[in-house]
Design a protein around this ligand. Structure first.
Ligand code: AFD
Ligand code: MN
Ligand code: MN
Length: 424
């Protein structure tokens, strides 16, 4: 299904009066409103190919119909999102779920939709049909060198696919670890993993980055070999300047202070990528901003503070991606809500009065510090985000327009009710 620009303009026309009223009010209290709008327009969040179909839990999966059946259809879905919100201009692929059989055709198709290829993801947490050796007891940490080699070779293949598509980064998330005390020698597992990662690192093209993603638990429940930001940073530091830590919001133990983690990683120049989602308990992969929107804002506030301190470009110097799974909502609707939540938190963080905050911190004026942060957080920035979309030629209210157009019904007509996208 394609949405043409004209129908978006027509839709926006009908919304314009109400929008202008809300926008004028919101803009009147923002210092550099044009600067803020430009930053919002530049900011793009990558969509993972595996979030376009219905996820599931280990208890079951309830597909909603019209899921993308091929890599081409996944690109089309992200193209639809990008058309609607102007802020989803990249797709992140997972190999072997998304092997591009004809890379130049796939690259051209993505370009038609205004999309680029974000980080490539490898998969050594599942065994694939026909695979020689099993990852049941880990991949890069494995006691058997031959298994480690297989995992390294897979990652090198992923890099090659990425090069053909014009991507410039590799995300390595390992499920390696142990489920029972005594199962692993922690140090040997670390050393094996480091050695394997070094072999992959050596195969990185000059301009590529490697992101080492950590996760506290699951599928292993006693130890994870890349279990927290400390371990990830150890690997990244030992690997070299092209290696970075990747923070996934859902990959922490309960109540972890993620805003402090990103601040310190930025200070070290070692934060490379970011996966957005939300959670109540653990790696719940819920819609961004659905459970803890204030935490999302605080994280964004530290991200901007840390990036500005290093003169980094918000839009391009970190890999921004959603990493979520949709069990009960329409995946596309969920992704529209997620991107909206990210843009709102970003806009609020842009409004934080940094000078006032620094001054209050210097004076130990704790109450004032809170006031400054919450002044920004409690500002309704939705009209600013909508204005950025309007200027980008996207829809003022993407989700509402998605429903008006009956996008899902159309996709079901085109693709059928019983389609299942590749992924978990
Ligand atoms: C994992 C990680 C990761 C990985 C994905 C697999 O967050 O980024 O690639 O799920 O679908 O939990
Ligand atoms: Mn992730
Ligand atoms: Mn996860």
């Amino acid at each position: 299904m394609q949405i043409n620009k004209h129908s978006i303009q027509e839709y926006n026309q009908g919304q314009l009066q109400e929008h202008s009223r809300r926008y004028d009010f919101a803009a009147s209290s923002v210092k550099d409103v044009e600067g803020v709008l430009q930053k919002l327009m530049d900011f793009q969040v990558a969509i993972p190919s595996w979030a376009l179909g219905t996820g599931g839990t280990r208890f079951g999966r309830f597909p909603g119909g019209g899921e993308p059946r091929s890599l081409e259809e996944k690109i089309e879905d992200v193209g639809l999102l990008h058309r609607l919100n102007g802020a989803s201009g990249a797709i992140s692929l997972h190999i072997p779920w998304d092997i591009p059989t004809n890379a130049s055709h796939i690259k051209a198709l993505a370009a038609q939709h205004g999309l680029r290829f974000d980080a490539m993801n490898s998969n050594t947490f599942q065994d694939q049909p026909g695979q020689g050796l099993s990852y049941k007891f880990g991949s890069m940490q494995h006691v058997d060198k031959a298994v480690r080699r297989q995992a390294v070779e897979h990652n090198i293949e992923v890099i090659e696919h990425g090069v053909a598509l014009g991507s410039d980064s590799l995300t390595v998330w390992l499920s390696d670890g142990s489920s029972f005390p005594g199962q692993l020698n922690f140090r040997k597992a670390f050393e094996n993993t480091l050695e394997s990662l070094q072999e992959v690192y050596a195969a990185l093209p000059e301009n590529w980055k490697m992101f080492v993603e950590y996760k506290a638990f699951e599928p292993n429940f006693y130890s994870m070999t890349v279990g927290d930001w400390g371990q990830s940073l150890l690997y990244a530091n030992k690997l070299g300047p092209k290696a970075y830590t990747l923070v996934d919001l859902g990959h922490h133990l309960p109540n972890a202070n993620i805003e402090q983690i990103v601040s310190l990683l930025l200070m070290e120049g070692k934060l490379g990528g970011f996966h957005f989602n939300d959670s109540k308990y653990g790696d719940d992969d819920l819609t961004v901003g659905s459970i803890k929107p204030y935490q999302l804002f605080l994280i964004f506030s530290e991200l901007l503070e840390g990036m500005d301190a290093r003169g980094m470009n918000h839009a391009t110097d970190l890999g921004w991606m959603i990493d979520a799974s949709h069990n009960v909502k329409d995946p596309l609707e969920d992704l529209l809500q997620s991107v909206e939540a990210i843009m709102i938190a970003y806009a609020q963080a842009l409004l934080v009065d940094r000078k006032a905050l620094a001054a209050a911190q210097q004076e130990n004026d704790v109450a004032r510090c809170q006031e400054v942060l919450q002044e920004a957080y409690r500002t309704d920035v939705r009209p600013l985000v909508a204005e950025a979309r309007l200027r980008a030629g996207a829809a003022l209210r993407p989700l509402q327009f998605f429903r008006e157009l009956k996008v899902r019904e159309n996709l079901i007509k085109e693709r059928g009710r019983k389609t299942v996208a590749t992924g978990l």
